[in-house]
Design a binder for this molecule. Structure first.
Ligand SMILES: NC(=O)C1=CN([C@@H]2O[C@H](COP(=O)(O)OP(=O)(O)OC[C@H]3O[C@@H](n4cnc5c(N)ncnc54)[C@H](OP(=O)(O)O)[C@@H]3O)[C@@H](O)[C@H]2O)[C@@H](O)CC1
Ligand SMILES: Nc1ncnc2c1ncn2[C@@H]1O[C@H](COP(=O)(O)OP(=O)(O)O)[C@@H](O)[C@H]1O
Ligand SMILES: [K+]
Length: 489
């Protein structure tokens, strides 16, 4: 697992480290890493370092100081570096002296705006040291104008400026980085909301904060974690011992949701899948291995239920949901099951206390259930999980999974191809399969989200896909995470 730490936690660690290591030492380590990564990018993009042009965007604080010291490193490598000072009276003093001494060129904004425009638009690479951990709100106008002129690769120092470091929210102009070099550990802004996209490839550098950071605020599962968690049958297993999945989904109007959710359960684990509902014929035709029946009351025993996709919110859907919640086994409730739970509080009483319930809302379903998501997706999911005593998986480009005890994991998508109709139905089937296999609900939801997103990426391979193609790529995605686990064992 990879950790993610909030600004408050990073600041606390920083204070403890400053007691034994001077601030300047930490800044040099940070800046050195920015310089090295920038030199690598120059080589990748232009074939050389020496003789190339780099522009620094330098704000009022230590983030600008990092950029200036990175500039010193690049000057020593023969790069022509221009620093555009956006708050000339508050520029990091030592960094500026060192930069001048190393032969760097300085332009002041707003006085030399024209020169700054030329430097940025003709640079082979631009370093964003406008603002870092103290950043609030969008880029201010002079910085936003300069960022708009960037054509070469853009390296953000610590956090792309204009992105809220703690929530990833972007409320206006922001830096869209190719690479973000960050220190000690990832920040929420790198993995959440629009910040996940603005950060580009995140490169974490050890500057000595490591042990002082403590337990992370959020975690990311990597492929090896998912591969290690994915259920695999053993020699003693048969079709029942691996956990039977039940799917209560679909309706006369939406049989496809049933076919997709059931198919995901079939492909996620071996063992057995049961289906109960009005789409039994459609499910049987597409997935002959599924034991399908028309009524929830004839469904037989299962170890976990998936309920909701395409279910409808009428009396029949309500009855199915209440029946499933009373079964006393883990449940993944998606789509109309969430809408029903949001509309009718009495339905919660049907739930066997303490049986795990995983809710998988998108933003609009979340709003019905627990109010507007707002800018802080982690706080919203955490609050809802605590209040409902459920695992809450909040869908999106970055999927946030909160457990009732406050643990949160995030899955940051590689691309947006999984944003296709029916893709959520596939996700719910995957979660149900992992729940039935006995994977802990919070990890089951996180692991399913990761494999789902990977399957979307693999299936798309650069072209649009439908949910059926995403579903068909699930076995490839499972093979990939299992291979990653085997490689890291
Ligand atoms: N953690 C670590 O261990 C280490 C951290 N280090 C580095 O220190 C950085 C944090 O530095 P920092 O605290 O000096 O503040 P920083 O982010 O540069 O902001 C400066 C000022 O910008 C302003 N401002 C705010 N929002 C703005 C906006 N939207 N657009 C424009 N301006 C905006 C605001 O001032 P205002 O103008 O509002 O008065 C704010 O005070 C950190 O990210 C990392 O790079 C490393 O050096 C070594 C080890
Ligand atoms: N911009 C995006 N980038 C990556 N994944 C996305 C994006 N938007 C949505 N997704 C994913 O696509 C799926 C959509 O689910 P959902 O909204 O329930 O669709 P449906 O109801 O049509 O099945 C979720 O897994 C979600 O995380
Ligand atoms: K920055």
């Amino acid at each position: 697992m990879k950790g993610v730490w909030t600004v408050e936690r990073v600041r606390a660690a920083e204070r403890r480290v400053f007691e034994r290591t001077p601030e300047a030492t930490l800044m040099r380590r940070a800046a050195f890493a920015v310089g090295v990564r920038s030199a690598e990018l120059l080589t990748e993009h232009t074939g050389a370092v020496s003789g190339r042009r780099v522009a620094l965007l330098v704000g009022a604080g230590n983030n600008g100081g990092d950029a200036l010291w990175a500039g010193v490193f690049l000057l020593h490598r023969g790069v022509a570096v221009t620093a555009a000072l956006l708050a000339p009276e508050r520029t990091h003093a030592e960094g500026l002296v060192a930069f001048r001494r190393a032969g760097g060129r300085i332009v002041r904004v707003p006085e030399d705006t024209e020169a700054a425009h030329v430097a940025v638009s003709t640079a082979d690479l631009v370093i964003d040291g406008i603002v870092g951990l103290s950043g609030r709100g969008p880029l201010r106008p002079p910085a936003a104008e300069l960022v708009n002129l960037v054509t070469g690769p853009l390296v953000a120092v610590d956090v792309p400026s204009g992105v809220d470091p703690d929530t990833g929210a972007v409320a206006g102009p922001a830096v869209n980085a190719d690479v973000t070099v960050t220190f000690g550990g990832r920040k929420p802004g790198h993995v959440l909301a629009d910040g996940a996209v603005c950060s580009g490839a995140v490169h974490v550098v050890d500057i000595g904060l490591g042990d002082e950071l403590g337990e992370p605020d959020l975690v990311l599962l990597d492929a090896a974690d998912m591969g290690a968690l994915w259920p695999v049958p053993g020699p003693e297993d048969d079709k029942y011992t691996q956990g039977v999945v039940g799917v209560a989904a679909g309706s006369e109007t939406y049989p496809g949701a049933a076919v997709l959710a059931t198919g995901a359960a079939v492909l996620a684990t071996s063992g057995m899948v049961r289906y109960a509902g009005p789409a039994a014929d459609a499910v049987r035709t597409r997935w002959p291995e599924v034991i399908a029946t028309g009524s929830i009351n004839d469904a037989g025993r299962v170890q976990a239920w998936v309920v909701g996709p395409g279910l409808g919110t009428g009396a029949a859907g309500r009855e199915v949901l209440a029946t499933v919640l009373e079964k006393g086994v883990p449940v993944c409730a998606d789509a109309d099951a969430i809408n029903l739970l949001a509309a009718e509080t009495a339905l919660w009483d049907a739930r066997e206390p303490d049986t795990p319930l995983v809710l998988t809302p998108h933003d609009r379903e979340f709003a019905r259930l627990a109010g507007d998501v707002g800018d802080d997706r982690v706080a919203a999911a955490r609050r809802a999980a605590e209040r409902t005593n459920c695992v809450v998986l909040l869908k999106g480009h970055s999927t946030v999974v909160a457990a009732p005890d406050g643990r949160v994991l995030v899955n940051r998508a590689r691309g947006a191809w999984p944003a296709t109709a029916g893709s959520g139905d596939v996700l719910s089937g995957l979660i149900g399969a992992l729940l039935a296999s006995g994977v802990e609900p919070w990890l089951a939801a996180g692991c399913a989200a990761g494999v789902h997103e990977l399957a979307g990426d693999v299936a798309a391979d650069g072209a649009p896909i439908g949910a059926s193609a995403l579903l068909a790529a699930v076995p490839d995605a499972v093979r990939m995470v299992r291979a990653a686990a085997a490689a890291s064992a």
